[in-house]
Each structure stands twice: as structure tokens, then as C-alpha cells.
Design a protein. Structure first.
Length: 130
């Protein structure tokens, strides 16, 4: 069975999203911008694209536990008519590696091994002498 899609990232690491926006139409677009459905702040270097032009927008975040997905939406306004949009989804996951550690102390002292064993003869009480 395949794992979840996308890269595996450590919790708390920086996530960098790149949104490649292409005006694949035959007219210039104005008011071009990218939004993200999970609240990632996306920055684009410009807001207009001529036909065939490409620009790279970026967004940053911090990796959270478990599987994560978000959808980037690019929008732009042609000279006439309704705005055009395109969407793309991405995923990342954070490996689930449960683990515990415990350190037990006795009266503030951490004991890492049991006391040395004594031989049976060393444990006997000496008998009466005499």
C-alpha cells in the first residue's frame, strides 16, 4: 500500500509553496492573484499577465501534524467577460512516529542498572564459632 501523497515533513518545519501561474489564453489578464483555501498568504510579483506569460507566486507556513492538503486558486480578469480561474491541490504529511521516554529516580537519584549480585556464600550469616 502506498503512503500518503506529497513529501514527508517534520512537525514545525518550514513549508514553502510555489504557485506557477500561466496565462494560457490569447488575451492579457489584469487583477491576477492567487488565494489558498487554508489561509496561506500568497505573494505574487505582479498582477497582470500578457498572453503566454508565466509568473511564480509563493506562500510559506509551518508543518502541522498529520496529513495536510490545500488548494491554490489563481484568478484573473480578461478585458471583457467573466474572470477566469484555475485550481491546483497539494499535499504533505508528517510521519506518525509515536514514542515515549521515561526516566525514574529514587530520592532524586537516577539508577541505570541493578546492584551487583552477591554470591550465595556472601549472603550467609556466619554460624557460631567456637
Amino acid at each position: 500500500m502506498a503512503g500518503p501523497p506529497g513529501p514527508q515533513l517534520p512537525v514545525g518545519s518550514r513549508v514553502s509553496w510555489t504557485y506557477l501561474v500561466t496565462n494560457c489564453g490569447q488575451v492579457s489578464l489584469s487583477n491576477v492573484h492567487v488565494t489558498d483555501n487554508r489561509g496561506v498568504a500568497v505573494t505574487c510579483p505582479k498582477s497582470a499577465l500578457v498572453a503566454g506569460e508565466v509568473m511564480t507566486c509563493t506562500g510559506y507556513g509551518t508543518a502541522t501534524a498529520c496529513q495536510y492538503s490545500n488548494v491554490g486558486t489563481a484568478s484573473g480578469a480578461p478585458p471583457t467577460g467573466a474572470a477566469v480561474t484555475a485550481q491546483d491541490q497539494s499535499w504533505y504529511s508528517v510521519p506518525s512516529n509515536p514514542a515515549l521516554q521515561i526516566k525514574k529516580s529514587i530520592n532524586g537519584q537516577h539508577v541505570t542498572r541493578p546492584p551487583a549480585r552477591r554470591s550465595p556464600s556472601a549472603r550467609r550469616s556466619p554460624g557460631p564459632t567456637g
